[in-house]
Design a protein around this ligand. Structure first.
Ligand code: BG6
Length: 610
């Protein structure tokens, strides 16, 4: 995905500084290239190049640009290589229209050809450029900017949002058609953006938008219109309670380390919300359904794997879990109006998940329950109900506290469901929920404190390792996959996460002297996992263990540094705590290798594209 920011200000000297300050909070949305178009006295100054916003600002002086309105764009490349010409924003035919988009224009190829055949000068291979030309085209026909913006959406197919301006018009316009867009009203400026963190430095007076709406911004007013008929809509700003400092590092070297350290507070806030909400709707959605599907991507998917074990163990509930992209071809025909699709997405905007949401509604395949972090996201609005993950903004591209929050939510939901359906003794349910509320914050903090130094030391011994495995069993199945994903995402190593009993059926052949294999264990399953550890040890592989310290396992590590011991707890808290050493290991290894863990190459925080 990408991040767009449009600002109109009363002051004509600081548009560059405002756009850089605000749009830099969207870095997690894309950092392949950055650009700013600023207008002063009817002249559009457009500067853009590859690199992060800091790089390009240093190179081209973005924050020094003058003018009273402008658009900035941070790009994660989809259509067109990440180079200067494909960077956004773009001009229209002349250097009069300027604009940028987030999302995908699915009819890019044919529409680009159509525009060229009708005389448009298309400079790039980036689909965002077509949004500007579409407005240019209809302005030629209507002479009216708002109408031209409205009509432009008739030509553009796909899921997108864009901002556009004209050198001789004081307004900036924006369109929301399937990608995120939100606006803000400040003292002497208005702002429109792909995401809230870039608005909060200016204002907490927020206008949430729905798909099919468009905006016009002047320095003191935001007007909302329905695209379908151009009708102006009443929209009152809401006061956001999210603290702008949430988008700052708070003294940590990276957002990732900050967000790992926020996990004790996450569970405290989360339990307050889970127990404080009127959540009868969540449980009735489960109980009214005859079949339950758990659908997610990336780290959310790994947390969902842990969730299936909780639902089985505590609620006796069979849950079919699947990746967003595989769900329809794998299970689409098994669904009916009695199905429940539990859609897990911290951003609430992952296209692979929204595709499932739309498929469910289009085919009347029952109800949906979102497990979502970003307030105001599409999943939050469109699901029949949603469980708020209550993590605050997660800025670092690799998920940490949001994965952790999801695991806690699954433990909570399955305990409550088990109590309600009689599968779990009420005293056991109450005990677990009490442990989540009182013990888990403390145990999480102790785990961070204890395994931080262990992980840092272990990381130093792995800096030259390019290939390894991370294995889990039972409850730690999803945990091991998450640990492997962290290492892949931010260390650029090949680390495969898989089920430990499967390792002997083929992958074991990779083990040679000192080949590293990480085992994520629980005290309940170590009797079994010891066999799998032995299979690696017997072939002089290097076994690394993550889990509670167990004397029976100590002989299986070359030295204690290869044992990331978490504090003693129990089988139901182990899967939540065991991920922390893996988060820290991947973090320190990434930093040792010289990578910025917050901004791993080629990745983006939320993929609003297919
Ligand atoms: C990827 C992110 O793009 O999307 C991952 O890099 C994330 O960190 C995955 O886990 C799913 O995102 P979401 O918002 O649907 O949970």
């Amino acid at each position: 995905m990408c991040g767009i920011t449009g600002i109109v200000t009363r002051n004509s000297d600081n548009i560059g500084e405002l756009l850089v300050r605000c749009s830099s909070k969207l870095t997690y949305r894309g950092y392949d290239s950055v650009g700013v178009a600023a207008v002063r006295d009817g002249i559009v100054d457009l500067r853009k190049d590859v690199g992060t916003i800091e790089d390009v600002d240093r190179l081209l002086g973005l924050s020094k640009m003058k003018g009273d309105r402008g658009i900035a764009q941070l790009r994660w490349a989809t259509y067109g290589a990440p180079n200067k010409i494909n960077a956004q924003p773009h001009f229209g035919c002349e250097e009069v229209f300027f604009g940028a988009h987030n999302g995908n224009i699915h009819n890019y190829v044919e529409y680009r050809r159509q525009l060229i055949e009708t005389g448009h000068t298309i400079r790039s291979e980036n689909d965002g450029e077509l949004c500007v030309h579409a407005v240019d085209k209809y302005y030629e026909q209507t002479g009216d900017m708002l109408e031209a913006v409205r009509l432009s959406t008739h030509d553009l197919k796909g899921a997108f949002a864009f901002a556009v301006g004209r050198s001789d018009k004081e307004e900036i316009y924006a369109v929301k058609m399937g990608s995120t867009l939100v606006a803000g009203i400040a003292e002497n400026a208005t702002i429109v953006s792909s995401d809230l963190p870039s608005i909060l430095p200016l204002t907490n007076r927020i206008l949430y938008l729905a798909d099919g709406e468009m905006l016009s911004l002047t320095h003191d007013e935001v007007k909302v219109f329905r695209i379908e008929d151009g009708k102006q809509l009443e929209r009152k700003p809401e006061i956001s309670k999210i603290d702008a400092r949430a988008a700052e590092k708070g003294g940590f070297p990276h957002f990732m380390l900050k967000e790992i350290n926020e996990q004790p507070k996450v569970v405290q806030d989360l339990m307050g919300v889970l127990e404080g909400q009127e959540n009868e709707k969540w449980f009735s959605l489960f109980e009214d359904a005859s079949r339950h599907y758990l659908v997610a991507c990336g780290s959310s998917y790994n947390a969902s794997i842990v969730g299936t074990y909780y639902f089985n163990r505590l609620a006796g509930l069979p849950i079919i879990h699947a990746l967003g992209g595989q769900f329809e071809p794998m299970y689409g025909n098994t669904m009916d109006s009695d199905s429940l699709s539990i859609l897990v997405s911290q951003s609430g905007e992952t296209k692979d998940i929204l595709n499932v949401l739309n498929m469910v509604y289009e085919n009347d395949y029952g109800k949906t329950l979102g497990i979502v972090n970003v307030i105001g996201s599409t999943l939050m609005f469109k699901a029949n109900s949603y469980v708020p993950m209550t993590c605050g903004y997660e800025i670092s591209v690799p998920a940490t506290k949001t994965y952790y929050s999801q695991a806690v939510i699954f433990a909570y939901l399955s305990a409550k469901l088990g109590e309600r359906n009689g599968h779990l003794d009420p005293s056991e349910a109450a005990s677990l929920i009490n442990r989540l509320r009182t013990d888990l914050p403390r145990l999480t903090q102790t785990t961070i404190d204890r395994t931080g130094i262990l992980a840092k030391n272990l990381a130093k011994t792995l800096t030259n390792v390019k290939d390894l495995y991370c294995l889990g069993y039972g409850f730690t199945d999803g945990v091991a996959k998450e640990g492997a994903l962290k290492i892949k995402e931010i260390c650029y190593n090949h680390c495969e996460g898989m089920y430990s009993s499967e390792f002997k059926h083929g992958p074991l052949s990779i083990v040679t002297d000192k080949y590293p294999v990480i085992f994520v264990t629980t005290t309940e399953d170590s009797w079994m996992v010891i066999n799998h550890i032995n299979e690696v040890k017997a072939r002089s592989g290097r076994t690394i263990i993550v889990g509670e310290m167990e004397d029976t396992l100590l002989p299986y590590v070359a030295n204690k540094d290869d044992y990331l011991a978490v504090p003693k707890s129990d089988i139901l808290l182990n899967p939540i705590l065991d991920v922390i050493p893996l988060q820290l290991l991947s973090y320190f290894l990434s930093v040792d290798i010289g990578i910025n863990p917050d901004l791993p190459r080629n990745l983006s925080k939320t993929l609003t594209v297919d």
